[in-house]
Design a binder for this molecule. Structure first.
Ligand code: CTP
Ligand code: MG
Length: 255
């Protein structure tokens, strides 16, 4: 059995508002992507290959690619960098294409290969989450996502115009006991990801765009998706306040 990890790090970090791709933004003095490699270095079940999907601008690509090379030199795990697409799904696609190229000579069996897809923005995801996702896929689950129970009370709102200015109209409160907020890394057999690619290729562009992650494509294909326990640390760093929380956590974890 083989294991590959695709890290999508090609996003522009618009909401973080630092004027540079999010993976380059410093968290506790180092780029966000460097923290992903810190966690990978702790893994007891290592990957056979890591694919880094990076921003297309030369300076960002070079800086982040160098982090990948450093990790590879330290661990012996081959790391391959490739430029990303305009959307997350385009970047995942680019990562899968790079995986094909990277292992073409090695003849990996798609059915016996586990591929994890991870957001660089979830930089503090603990190694236990990676381990649980890998173990579930290797025990036979074709699609596995880590998730947390929802703690907020969730209300569905009416899509039409409200009765009062600057308000939305509540339709109902969604019972939250049965809701889960999903995280990454999401794990799949490589074979399923190849079929997922074919599945979306046959769809209208708008319909394909609506499938925002690979687990949703699996659901659309009628494949069972399994959930394992996620972590509060796997929350996505999206806004400036997320960055402050992540920084506080790191300061707390290593005094
Ligand atoms: N991502 C990517 N390629 C894109 C868009 C997103 O690889 N074209 C990656 C991001 O790098 C991130 C993950 O997908 O690791 C989740 O995306 P998000 O949190 O939205 O990051 P950004 O797109 O960078 O942020 P923003 O939407 O605020 O610009
Ligand atoms: Mg985005």
């Amino acid at each position: 059995a083989r294991r590959a990890l695709i890290v999508v790090a090609a996003g522009s970090g618009e909401r973080l508002g630092r004027g540079m791709p999010k993976a380059r933004v410093h968290l506790a003095g180092r780029p966000i992507l460097a923290h992903v490699f810190d966690r990978l270095g702790e893994l007891t079940v290592p990957f056979d290959a890591v694919i880094l999907v990076l921003p297309r601008d030369d300076a960002s690509f070079a800086e982040l690619d160098a982090l990948g090379r450093g990790f590879s030199a330290d661990t012996g795990v081959p790391v391959h960098s490739t430029p990303g697409g305009d959307s997350r799904s385009g970047s995942v696609r680019a990562g899968l294409d790079e995986l094909e190229r990277a292992v073409a000579h090695a003849d990996w069996s798609p059915a016996a290969t586990t591929v994890l897809i991870h957001d660089a923005a979830r930089a503090l995801t603990p190694q236990e989450v990676y381990a649980q996702v890998i173990s579930a896929v290797e025990s036979g689950a074709p699609a596995v996502v880590p998730a947390r129970p929802v703690t907020d009370t969730i209300k569905r709102v009416h899509p039409d115009a409200p009765q009062h200015a600057q308000t939305e109209r509540v339709v109902e409160t969604v019972p939250r006991a049965a809701l889960r907020a999903v995280q990454t890394p999401q794990g799949f057999t490589w074979e399923l990801l190849q079929r997922a690619f074919e599945h979306t290729r046959g769809m209208a562009e708008d319909d394909a765009e609506a499938l925002t992650d690979e687990a949703m494509i699996a659901e659309d294909m009628g494949v069972e998706v399994s959930i394992v326990a996620g972590s509060d640390l796997a929350v996505k760093i999206t806004t400036p306040s997320d960055l402050i929380s992540a920084e506080a956590h790191l300061a707390h974890a290593s005094p």
